[in-house]
Design a protein around this ligand. Structure first.
Ligand code: SF4
Ligand code: SF4
Length: 302
C-alpha cells in the first residue's frame, strides 16, 4: 500500500472544486512560487512549526528533543532544522500548543477511510474529494490508490496541480480523476522561472496533453498584482488557452492574498513578497473583462 506525508484532511471546503469537498493536502512541491500560501507543504518531509506568541519559554521541548535540535534561553527559542528529524517529541512535550506538526505519513487506506466519511455531503451538494498540496502528483501512485477506491464508492475526485511533474504522473492518475484544476501562473517562461524557480514548458505541454486526452480541466491563474496581471501576460495566456480549443475555454482567477504569511515565520523562513498588497477587486475585475474580451470564459474564485 502506498503512503504519503499529509499535512491536513480538511472537510467542508467550498473553494476547491464544486460542492462540498474534503481536501487532502500532500506535502512536497517541485515549484517555489514566491507567493505560496502553503509553505508547510513545500518540503516532502514532516516539519515542526513554532508559534512564538504561544511560547512560555518553559524549555520542555529542548529537554524532549533526542537530537538536541532546540535551544531555549528565556525568551529565545531556536530550532536547528538541520538536526530536526521531524518526529515531534517536542510538540508532544509542549503544554501550550506552541509547536505544531506539519505532516504525518499515512497509507492510502487511512486517507480513503477519512475522505469517504462525508459522502452524504458530497452526494447532496455535488461535491467530492480534492487532492491538493504542495503538488499531489509528486505522489501519483498514492493518489491513484485512494482515488480508485473513492470512485468505486461513487465519489468524485479532483486534483489541483501546478503541472510541473513528469507526463507519466498524469498518465498514472488520468482514468481515476474526474477533473483537474490546473494552474497557469505565467505564459512567459522566463518570468515563470523567476517567480517559481522553473520554466513553464513542461506545464504547457502537460496542459495540452491533458486536454487532448479528453480530461475535464479548469485552468486557474493565481493573480499576483504587478506580477502576472498585465496586458501582455493576459494576451499571451488567452492565446495559449484558445490554442487548446474547447478544452481551454475556461479560466478562473485566484486573487492574491496573504493568508499563508504567518506560516513562513513558524517555519523559520522568509516570505519573499512582503511589499505586495492584496489584490484590489476592481483590478481583478478589469483583468477578468480583458480575458472575456479575448474570448476566454473567465471567472473569479470566491
Ligand atoms: S515546550 Fe512549548 S512553551 Fe515550552 S519552550 Fe518549548 S515551545 Fe515554548
Ligand atoms: S505550486 Fe502551489 S504549492 Fe507549489 S510552490 Fe507554487 S503555490 Fe506553492
Amino acid at each position: 500500500m502506498e503512503t504519503a506525508v499529509v499535512t491536513n484532511i480538511q472537510g467542508y471546503s467550498i473553494h476547491d472544486g464544486p460542492g462540498i469537498r474534503t481536501v487532502v493536502f500532500l506535502k512536497g512541491c517541485p515549484l517555489r512560487c514566491k507567493w505560496c500560501a502553503n509553505p508547510e507543504n513545500l518540503s516532502p518531509a514532516p516539519q515542526v512549526g513554532f508559534l512564538q506568541n504561544l511560547c512560555r519559554g518553559c524549555g520542555r521541548c529542548a529537554a524532549a528533543c533526542p537530537n538536541g535540535a532546540i535551544v531555549t534561553d528565556g525568551d529565545s527559542h531556536r530550532i536547528d532544522r538541520e538536526k530536526c528529524a521531524g518526529r515531534f517529541a517536542c510538540a508532544e512535550a509542549c503544554y501550550y500548543g506552541a509547536l505544531v506538526r506539519y505532516g504525518e505519513e499515512l497509507t492510502s487506506g487511512e486517507v480513503y477511510e477519512k475522505a469517504r466519511r462525508d459522502k452524504m455531503f458530497y452526494d447532496s451538494s455535488g461535491g467530492g474529494v480534492t487532492f491538493s498540496g504542495g503538488e499531489p502528483l509528486t505522489r501519483p501512485a498514492f493518489v491513484r490508490e485512494v482515488a480508485e477506491r473513492l470512485r468505486a464508492d461513487g465519489i468524485s475526485v479532483c486534483v489541483e496541480t501546478c503541472g510541473f511533474v513528469p507526463r507519466s504522473a498524469f498518465e498514472t492518475v488520468l482514468d481515476t480523476v474526474d477533473f483537474f484544476c490546473y494552474d497557469l501562473k505565467f505564459a512567459d517562461s522566463a518570468r515563470h522561472r523567476g517567480y517559481t524557480g522553473a520554466p513553464n514548458d513542461r506545464i504547457l505541454e502537460n496542459a495540452r496533453f491533458l486536454v487532448n486526452s479528453g480530461a475535464e480541466v479548469l485552468f486557474r491563474r493565481p493573480l499576483i498584482p504587478g506580477v502576472n496581471d498585465g496586458d501582455g501576460e493576459t494576451e499571451a495566456t488567452a492565446k495559449f488557452l484558445k490554442s487548446l480549443g474547447a478544452g481551454g475555454a475556461n479560466l478562473q482567477l485566484m486573487p492574491y492574498h496573504r493568508m499563508g504569511q504567518a506560516k513562513y515565520a513558524a517555519l523559520g523562513c522568509e516570505y519573499e513578497l512582503p511589499e505586495l498588497d492584496v489584490a484590489d477587486p476592481r483590478d481583478t475585475e478589469s483583468v477578468r473583462e480583458k480575458y472575456e474580451s479575448l474570448g476566454v470564459n473567465c471567472t473569479i474564485s470566491k
